[in-house]
Structures are given as C-alpha cells and as structure tokens.
Design a protein around this ligand. Structure first.
Ligand code: GLU
Length: 505
C-alpha cells in the first residue's frame, strides 16, 4: 500500500471549556502532523444537541490561538474536506446509515425509552445485542410490512449496529500494541436517531475520519473502549484498507493520590484545568485559565508535552520546534501521567528567563505607572533583567521592581535590628563621602572604590554592605548592591543614604 499522507484531527465536542487533557491531545496531534509534513484538521463534533454549550467552539479556537497551535483546515479555517462541523453534515451521515441498512450491517429499532427501561429492570445486566435483539421491536424481529408501516406512520426509531458475537476484535494501537476485545461484550450501538435526523458520535466520527482521509487517530485513553466498535464499523463499510492507525494517549492523573485529573483537583489545590478563563453561560460560574493566571503559552506547551512522553534523556526545556523534531508517538507511555502543576510553575519561571527584558518591561509598565512609577522602558527593562530570576509569574515583577524607582519610606524593622549596628551611622556617613567622590559611576568602578575604602579602614564587608542595603532598599533583599546603585544613579544613592542616616540614626 502506498504511503499515506499524514492527516490527523482534533475533534472536540463543544460541550464546555476545553479541558487541559484535551489540549495535550491536540498538542500531540499537532507535533505528529508537523514532523511528518502532514495536515492538522479541526473538526467540531456537535451531533449531541442536548450537550451543546454556546461559546464553547469560539473558546476552543481562541485557546489554540493563544497557545500558538495552528490548524491547517477545519471549522473557521476552511479546507477541501468541509463542512467540518458535524451538525452541517446530516445528509452525508444519512447516506452512510442507509448503506449499512442496505447491506444488513445495521437495523431499525423502535423500542421506546420506557420499553428499554422495563427490560433493564426485568433482566439484570440487560444488553441490546445478539442474545436479546430478537425479543425486541426491530426490523429483525418484526415483519417487513410492519416496519414499513411504522416508519410511514412517523414512529420514531433508531438505527443500531448489528454486532456479530464471538469474534476477537483487534485494535492495533501504536502505543498499546494489539488490544483484543471479544465482540460478545459489545452492544448493538445506536448509530442514528430519526428523532433529530442526526447520527451518534460513533457513526459520525468514523464516516468523517474516512471522508476526511484521516491517517492517524490520536486521542485520549477514555476513547479506547470505543475503538473495537470503530474497527467493526470500518469493516462494515469495507474501509479497512484506509482505516486510520490508532494511538490512545495515557490518562492525566491527579497530582496526588490515584485517579483521573478533575476540575475539583484544580479547585482544591489551586491550579487551572482550562487553558483560558471560562464563564459558564448557564451557571455564571467562572473557572480560572492558564492564560489569565499568568502562564506563558510556551511554558504550558512544554509542560504538557512531557505528560506522557519524554525525549529519552533529561532534557526538559524544549521549544515547539524542538518538540516537533523530538516527539515520538511510539514512545508515549501507556501508564497515566501525574499532573504535577508545581512543575508547570517551574516551566513558567524558566520561560520568563528566556523572555526579552523589554517585552516583559512593556507588560508591567502599566502596573508600574499605576503605582506612581515614572520611568523609561529602557531602565525598566534593565531592572527586569536584574529581577526576573526571582519570579515564576510576570505579575510578581512590579512589586519586586518598585524599590528601584521609589526610595524607601520606611525601613523593615527586623532587618534594622539585625543589620543597622551602632557604628552604622558613622560608617554610612563615611560611605556617603566615598560615593560623592566617585566620578565614574560604573558598576566596576563603584565596587572597586568602595571595596578599597572598606579594606583601607579594616571594616567588615558584610556589616557595611548590609547597612548599605537597608539604606538603599529599605529591607534586606535585592540583587547585588552596585547593580542597584547603577540603576538608581549617584544622586539617588546619595539621597537615600543621607535619609537613612537621618532617620535610623
Ligand atoms: N468528540 C470526541 C471528543 O470530544 C472525539 C473523540 C475522538 O477523537 O475520536 O473528544
């Protein structure tokens, strides 16, 4: 068989905000498509009208825009295989339902919800399958004329897939290998409902993957139980030669304990499970998002990429381009991946270090202005460069950077007690004179001059520098002292020293 063009799809149902696990699924599809020069398709699976949530589709599109994962075709992107919204493909599905009915692979069933309920109550573990279908109301058990009469009378019906029992169904999964399920445990799944003229997920999914020439189905583990049914459907249509390769990704697990990651874990431990903030249109509830919580998209991508896969060495920081190069679908793990959100913070910290100082400065400039700081972008960028190694979120920067632009109005009591010694006022007065005498105020020259003075006087460097820091910063924190004075300048250094001597005595 000729090598197929790689075409993968991300096919969410617009039933609410996109879960972070869905983002991981989309990312793996994206990486796989890009590394094979393939296509990445965006399909909306909205055949279940009861679960439709307004705004969800737009939310999903915006999420990927923010994350920088680009689709080649699909809803809102166009392409040659459209329409890409399943609710707009009714006629297509109807045609394929008829194909299955005509070749005896499916049948029509009239059982009402009440009748089904009654059966379930009567028979423990009732399943609509080869063992029970002849005792139900369907086109296999009823005379042909009656079936015809009922349909013509407008009676509602569903179309069920006729599963032949006693057969081992093999799902060849790129991650899990040969998964075998006996068809006897499968029920005659509903493929279509006359009530709304829409197919169910299973039929629409298979027909679309076929028509859209999808080569690989990469999706979450929760879909593995459906895969045998899907294999049987491909066969029923005679499409086994172009059946996509399956790859079911490992589950995302709770950060602690066992089980699947849920929104409640996020609420309890304080991390988002959605890419963007979500405003529930019904309840009005607001759920936090990675974007609004201050995560950089690159950090989120890098973090998610490693939940279920790794490059086989200890490299952790990888750009999207590197991930495209290194990712290997065959090396994904079968075991669930613990959602260690502290690690996500760590990635955010790492990516802030890679960010351009000016870009970060631009981002925090409004917050600085709000606090009354009036400075140039250049200077703020320089300060950001000194302080960014201390933060995991950009929003932490303004608070840390403020002291460069605003002299301390008070001095931290604990630091004062520890660092401001009896001899400090005298020593700081001397230092004031030393600094007044420095013409070349470069970091190197300041440092040399001050250190020479300390040495000549036989002072303790720690004692001097600690008092100096308290005077300039107002507390015991901050980067190297001469980096600070370099930014605030000679006049401001002198003024702050003078004030500390006056106030602290
Ligand atoms: N519509 C399904 C979902 O919401 C798609 C599953 C699949 O990829 O086959 O995830």
């Amino acid at each position: 068989m000729a090598e197929r063009k790689v075409r993968v799809r991300f096919a969410p149902s617009p039933t609410g905000p996109l879960h972070i696990g869905g983002v991981r699924t989309a990312l793996y599809n994206y990486l796989f498509a890009r590394q094979h020069g393939g296509d990445f398709v965006f399909r909306i699976e909205d055949t279940d009208s009861h679960r439709f949530v307004p705004g969800a589709e737009e939310y999903i599109i915006e999420s990927f825009k923010w994350l920088g994962l680009e689709f080649d075709e699909g809803v809102s992107f166009g392409g040659n295989y459209g329409p890409y919204r399943q609710s707009e493909r009714r006629d297509i599905y109807k045609k394929y339902v008829d194909v299955l009915l005509d070749n005896g692979k499916a049948y029509i069933a009239f059982d009402t919800p009440e009748e089904l309920e009654k059966k379930r109550a009567e028979i423990p573990n009732f399943q609509y399958d080869a063992s029970s279908r002849m005792s139900m109301n369907n086109s296999l058990s009823l005379p042909a004329e009656e079936v015809k009469r009922r349909i013509e009378a407008g009676e509602k019906y569903v179309v069920r897939f006729k599963i032949e029992p006693g057969e081992d169904v093999h799902v060849n999964d790129l991650i899990r290998g040969d998964v075998v399920i006996n068809s006897t445990i499968l029920d005659d799944k509903v493929l279509y409902k006359s009530a709304d003229g829409l197919p169910t997920y299973h039929l629409a999914n298979i027909v679309d993957d076929h028509l859209m020439e999808i080569s690989h189905v990469i999706r979450g583990e929760e879909w593995l139980p459906s895969a045998p049914l899907h294999v049987l459907l491909y066969r029923a249509f005679g499409w086994e030669d172009t059946m996509p390769q399956f790859a079911h990704l490992p589950l995302l697990l709770k950060p602690e304990g066992n089980g699947k990651l849920s929104k409640r874990d996020g609420d309890r431990l304080g991390f988002p499970v959605f890419p963007l903030e979500w405003h529930d249109p019904k309840s009005g509830e607001i759920s936090s998002g990675y974007r609004e919580s201050g995560y950089l998209p690159e950090a989120v991508i890098n973090f998610l990429a490693l939940l279920g896969w790794n490059p086989g060495n200890d490299q952790e920081i990888m750009s999207l381009e590197e991930l495209v190069r290194l990712f290997d679908l065959h090396k994904c793990s079968k075991a669930g991946a613990k959602f260690d959100f502290e690690k996500c913070k760590w990635f955010n910290h790492q990516y802030i270090q890679k960010k351009d100082d000016r870009e970060l400065a631009e981002q925090i400039m409004p917050a600085m202005k709000d606090e009354g700081v009036d400075t140039s972008l250049d200077l703020l960028a320089k300060v950001v460069g000194l302080m960014k190694s201390r933060v995991s979120f950009v929003r932490e920067l303004p608070d840390l950077c403020r002291f460069f632009f605003m002299a301390p109005t008070e001095y931290d009591e604990k630091t004062r007690k520890k660092r401001w010694k009896e001899e400090s006022p005298r020593q700081m007065s001397e230092l004031l004179d030393v600094i007044k005498g420095i013409d070349d105020f470069s970091i190197e020259n300041q440092e040399k001059t001050v250190m020479d003075w300390i040495e000549a006087k036989g002072y303790n460097t720690g004692v001097i520098m600690n008092a100096f820091r308290l005077a300039i910063v107002g507390e015991g924190k901050g980067p190297q002292m001469f980096e600070i004075t370099d930014v605030i300048g000679k006049d401001e250094t002198i003024a702050r020293l003078q004030r500390a001597i006056d106030v602290l005595k």
